[in-house]
Design a protein around this ligand. Structure first.
Ligand SMILES: Cc1ncc(COP(=O)(O)O)c(C=O)c1O
Length: 426
């Protein structure tokens, strides 16, 4: 059915049917939480073997480091090599962090704020104004970091091939207060989009008014494909920057949080040798070492990138029925582009839905009334404000398929009700 083609009487008739359906859905007394993109219990169990004993003399890393003791703030060499392989850089460019890459990103901001991005550069905290480009919809916690530091966020539309580069180039060329930009270059949170070769090359080559401009490439979903035969391909971010003569422009981040255990994986950041020296020196004041035992567990579990990729296909097998369920209920309930548009990602953790303007908050509210908690409408935009109030992030990974089915039926009914309210008001 195309709701936009219905006349007033047809809409009213449809609305009364939907209200009855919604009342019945509410009666089910659901209590479902789809607010965050967490791996399910089944997914985290895939990595259970990581918890077993590494062996009698298994506590030594390949260069003989006793991982049970202090030392090695940059991480054990095999972990740096493995994460380097995932990020497309050399082991020497990689610093291994703790269980959360978000923590590494936050710390890079702190260092830029207090010390500047390199020796001799003005600390961002001493500037009257610092601005950041934020492709949106994006990851709410990136935007929260900017808010923490009082950084002014400038929203840039995110297209299927990456951020609107005409806008990005124009802004960074003219405004020296723009010090950086957030990017989730593969299977973006929440749209699942991957940056095209052209976008990566333009990001690497563009002229910036600020000499200390930095791109935070958060490649959180670098191996998180849903299918074996159809996968996104991202060109090497660091190589593109280096080739354009801007090797210092990028910090690259990655994480095992959605490969092994949420909050208990290993995280990593990679950068140019110049950036590395600065970050490593300041990191040395902050920590003696992260958890090297966990690093060793991970490298014993994954010999190389191929092992990680094989492992990710197990996650994919667990996730595919959930993404299929979302697609099934949406395709059954709507004609793509009528009152709803939605993404069909090849990887990552989310499906984005775009409602009619001014309906997203109402839909999330209706779902809550029926016991289905969704990510707050607007959360994926800077300051939590979606100017068109039209985006909702669906996070299908955590609930079992049967619960997801129930939640998606509530969601579909809520979308129809809110859209009819809007159409009738028009
Ligand atoms: C884009 C992005 N970056 C980072 C993270 C968090 O990673 P970590 O758990 O390593 O901090 C997430 C989790 O949802 C994410 O979507």
């Amino acid at each position: 059915m195309q709701y936009k083609k219905l006349n007033k009487e047809q809409l009213i008739a449809e609305q009364s049917q939907l209200l009855a359906e919604f009342a019945a859905l509410k009666e089910q007394g659901l209590k479902l939480d789809m607010t965050r993109g967490k791996p399910s219990a089944e997914q985290v169990s895939i990595s259970n073997d990581i918890l077993t004993d590494v062996g009698a003399d298994g506590v030594y890393s390949e260069d003989g480091t006793d991982t049970r003791n202090y030392g090695g703030p940059l991480g054990i060499i095999e972990a740096r090599r493995l994460m380097g392989e995932l990020m497309g850089v050399k082991a020497e460019q990689v610093i291994i962090g703790g269980g959360a890459s978000l923590n590494l990103m936050f710390d890079v901001f702190v260092r830029a704020w207090i010390h500047g991005v390199l020796p001799g550069q003005t600390p961002w905290g001493q500037l009257e104004k610092v601005k950041f480009l934020c492709p949106a919809p994006g990851y709410d916690r990136h935007f929260a970091i900017c808010e923490y530091f009082g950084i002014e966020m400038i929203t840039v539309p995110l297209n299927e091939d990456g951020p609107d580069m005409d806008m990005v180039e124009e802004l960074v060329k003219t405004d020296a207060a723009i010090k950086g930009m957030w990017c989730v270059p593969q299977y973006s949170n929440p749209d699942g989009y991957t940056y095209s070769d052209a976008v990566v090359k333009r990001l690497a080559a563009m002229e910036t008014a600020a000499s200390d401009f930095r791109i935070f490439f958060d490649n959180a979903y670098c191996v998180h494909h849903l299918y074996e035969d159809e996968q996104a391909r991202l060109i090497n971010l660091y190589d593109a920057c280096a080739a354009a003569g801007h090797a210092d422009r990028c910090y690259i981040f990655a994480s095992m949080a959605k490969i092994t255990f949420g909050g208990a994986g290993i995280s990593a950041m990679a950068m140019s040798p110049t950036n590395f020296e600065h970050q490593a020196r300041l990191l040395g004041k902050q920590i003696i070492c992260y958890d090297k035992v966990n690093q060793l567990r991970h490298t014993r579990f994954f010999a190389d990138k191929a092992a990680v990729e094989a492992h990710m296909m197990k996650h994919a097998a667990s996730l595919r029925p959930k993404f299929a369920k979302v697609e099934e209920v949406l395709a059954e309930s709507f004609e793509q582009g009528d009152i709803l548009k939605w993404t069909k990602p090849l990887g990552g953790y989310f499906v984005s839905v775009y409602t009619m303007e001014g309906c997203a908050k109402r839909i999330v509210e209706l779902c809550k009334e029926a016991g289905v908690a969704l990510t707050k409408a607007g959360a994926t935009y800077p300051y939590g404000i979606d100017p068109q109030d039209h985006h909702i992030r669906i996070a299908p990974s955590f609930p079992p398929v049967a619960e997801l089915d129930a939640a998606m039926r509530v969601f579909a009914c809520a979308v129809k009700l809110a859209s009819i309210e809007k159409l009738l008001a028009e």
